[in-house]
Write a protein that binds this ligand. Structure first.
Ligand SMILES: [Zn+2]
Length: 119
């Protein structure tokens, strides 16, 4: 009885860990806000069981464009680069759209560099 319980827990943990590893490509894609996220998910789901499909999904997750993220010059929130009005502080933005338009990585760099630049 007790042994059954622990083997049940072990099986459950094994399934959870397997799912986690199985969906790493999808998690990478969604973390990067990749434009390929949907395709990575589909390939991951249907072809991930074959190692080639899994590796292909992972490569796709690391490649490809990411969504354009801009930063509001007033409140420094990350917003859609095409936005004309900041949804967080409701300030109207200039014609260029969401302030300094950059991709994710560059926007994060700007966020880190900004306090120094203001000194
Ligand atoms: Zn704002």
């Amino acid at each position: 009885m007790f042994g059954d319980f622990w083997s049940f827990i072990q099986t459950l943990v094994l399934i959870l860990v397997s799912c986690f590893i199985y969906f790493i490509p999808y998690m990478v894609a969604s973390y990067r806000r990749s434009r390929n996220t949907l395709w990575v998910f589909i390939i991951n789901l249907f072809f991930g069981w074959s190692l080639i499909g899994w590796v292909a999904a992972l490569i796709m997750a690391f490649m490809g464009d990411t969504y354009q993220i801009g930063q509001c010059p007033y409140c420094m929130s990350y917003i859609n680069s095409k936005a004309r009005k900041c949804p967080f502080c409701c300030e109207w933005l200039d014609a260029e759209g969401g302030g300094n338009v950059k991709n994710n990585a560059a926007a994060e760099d700007t966020a880190k560099a900004a306090p120094e630049a203001e000194r």
